[in-house]
Design a protein around this ligand. Sequence first.
Ligand code: ATP
Ligand code: MN
Length: 461
Amino acid sequence: MDVTVKGWVRTFRNNQFIALNDGSTNNNLQIVVDFENTDPALLKRITTGAALSVSGRLVASLGKGQSVDVKATHIEILGDSDPEKYPLQPKKHSLEFLREIAHLRFRTNTFGAIFRVRNTLSFAIHTFFQERGFVYLHTPIITASDAEGAGETFHVTNFDLANPPKTETGEIDFKQDFFGRATNLTVSGQLEGELGAMALSDIYTFGPTFRAENSNTTRHLAEFWMIEPEMAFYDLKDNADLAEELLKYVIRYALDKNKDDIEFLSQRLLDEEKQKPQQDRSELNLLEKLQFCLENDFERLTYTEAIEILKESTPNKKKKFQYLIEGWGTDLQSEHERYLVEKHFKKPVILTDYPKEIKSFYMRQNDDGKTVAAMDILFPGIGEIVGGSQREERLDKLEQRMDEIGIPKDELWWYLDTRRYGGCPHAGFGLGFERLVLFVTGMGNIRDVIPFPRFPKNAEF
Ligand code: ATP
Ligand code: MN
């Protein structure tokens, strides 16, 4: 069969064998060049990184490692790549270095695999919800509300920053700004999502989210993608069931669709872990870990039960935690979440019913007067991957809580209206997409699972 193939040169050996890759898989196509009958000037231009179009005959391969070769009859250089200057040499580069050349890192096996898996996961998410009749709702990216009242937002303004208009009292006069008020990039689409759910029943959002949190961690980005389903007539248990089903569905989907890539990433992780001392290595390889996650029920327990476990845990007693668990009421740090998941239960955990003081105003108050119907899902190696709750549908309770913590009710009049007109029990959650991709690819840093990461002091590309 005669074929024409196009791609980029990964390597060129002995003036004879081109490993060509077009990004559809990590398996390169081997091109066999009849070098004796090829112009030496052309051979010289077949360099790592160059883009080629090759015509030739598809034949059974004589070599090991591939089933077919293309015996080239015509080679056209579509784009040269200077081998002296090309930053991606055919050798092992560190992930840190590749982050600096993120415009080229797609061309490595590792990042090819990551971004194919990322693509599959995002498609799987839509498929999951669409199969269940959820409506994909586009919530605004520019908003005037800071859903949690947490701060951490990026301002959106049209002002000349050197000279913004001022009020008589000397404050910046946002009334004169583009939207006639102070606005910011969204930190969550939930509040608007709830409005949709109060008519469409089941909705989900899947869009970019922005948080100006100055946390230089391996799990936080300033721009990340979040999936936020919101369901009318769901309680906390329904919510947890849906989240567990979703996570299992998309992991299975990726395992089916991207087996080769996940196997590649699993091997990558094994190689990386060889550098670590034995006790820091994972007990399961990536494939086993994903399989394990599919085959086991997530452990469900309350915050109160978790605190008891943590209080009695060895690292707490031996003062190994950076933040010691003193008693009920403190927020859990990532080290505690990971202890529960990785050491104690050794599987994903769904923690529910947190103290109301450490959770958002919209979470439904439990009868004990102390806790709210919150739900976090904790994953090995990640910590929190999902944060959600049953929402407070009772207007009086909601208003009382907003007053207690000083959230202006007049600004959220539209949110409160849904409690005035046909409000009903409902629930939802937020799944951080990059944390999911981290888990499925076995990567260690969230900056490596989004094409162009945004984090403090970095917005290159
Ligand atoms: P964390 O405590 O880990 O900072 P959070 O409590 O602020 O998370 P939520 O506000 O509940 O998180 O957001 C829902 C989900 O969004 C989280 O469970 C997580 O998966 C993801 N997420 C939150 N902040 C970030 C971030 N800065 N970068 C990437 N993903 C994030
Ligand atoms: Mn956070």
